[in-house]
Design a protein around this ligand. Structure first.
Ligand SMILES: *Cc1c(COP(=O)(O)O)cnc(C)c1O
Length: 227
């Protein structure tokens, strides 16, 4: 079932890219939170190379099941500053950097590990109270600060759209994120900024039409999560 689901998602991704006239690469991050390691192994056998997790503890445990580390691990959930150390130890790309405090903490922990941590800046484009992410106004200063830190490398922007009743309402949100991303590219050295992470099960096609090149899809691949 997972195999068929992955194929169906990839087909929908390709169709959305074609509608937008895109030929660049788009990464499918399989969101495996609350799903067992067996599902992850199956997905990996079916060609999934990137996995997304929300919680440090869960990811640390799951990583032990992949000793030769063939997957790229994405932290897509909120990171508490006091867990920055584990976030850096466990993840290849942290999508959820949303404050100066957290940015500095990640830089510090990465320095201790002798690592340059790849990160995305999470922007709360729609200003939802219930969501993490920085305000659009705070974004330029965060980009500037990140550039001065030597153990983080900003690779782009992450955005979560609100759960609107009418799905087309997400489009303007993604469009603003896309414009911020294009602007961001010009602020950093060539090629450093290359990921626009947006789109989940219910809205990834619109996200791709609006320029996303990382989509984070859980339910459409693994079915509903059991909490
Ligand atoms: C859980 C989660 C996803 C995946 O959501 P689905 O609707 O299951 O595809 C994507 N992004 C973030 C940030 C999440 O927390």
């Amino acid at each position: 079932m997972i195999k068929e689901n992955i194929e169906a998602v990839k087909k929908r991704m390709a169709d959305a890219a074609a509608r937008a006239g895109r030929t660049d690469e788009i990464t499918l991050v399989a969101v495996t939170k609350n799903h067992p390691v067996e599902y992850m192994k199956e997905a990996a056998a079916d060609g999934i190379t990137d996995v997304g997790e929300n919680r440090i503890q869960e990811a640390l445990q799951k990583r032990e099941a992949f000793p030769d580390n063939q997957l790229k691990w994405h932290l897509i959930g909120h990171l508490q500053t006091n867990k920055a150390k584990h976030g850096v130890a466990c993840f290849d790309l942290i999508h959820s950097i949303d404050s100066e405090h957290l940015l500095r903490a990640v830089d510090k922990e990465a320095a201790k590990l002798g690592k340059v941590q790849d990160i995305l800046l999470q922007v709360n484009v729609a200003r939802e109270e219930s969501k993490f992410g920085m305000d659009v106004e705070a974004f330029p200063a965060m980009c500037e600060l990140a550039e001065t830190l030597t153990h983080v490398r900003v690779q782009g922007l992450m955005c979560i759209a609100p759960n609107y009743e009418h799905i087309e309402d997400v489009r303007p949100v993604f469009r603003i994120a896309g414009a911020l991303y294009e602007d961001m590219k010009s602020k950093f050295s060539d090629g450093q900024v290359r990921y626009l992470s947006m789109g989940m099960t219910h809205d990834f096609e619109i996200a791709i039409e609006e320029g996303a090149n990382i989509v984070r899809v859980g339910t459409a691949i693994f079915g509903p999560r059991n909490y």
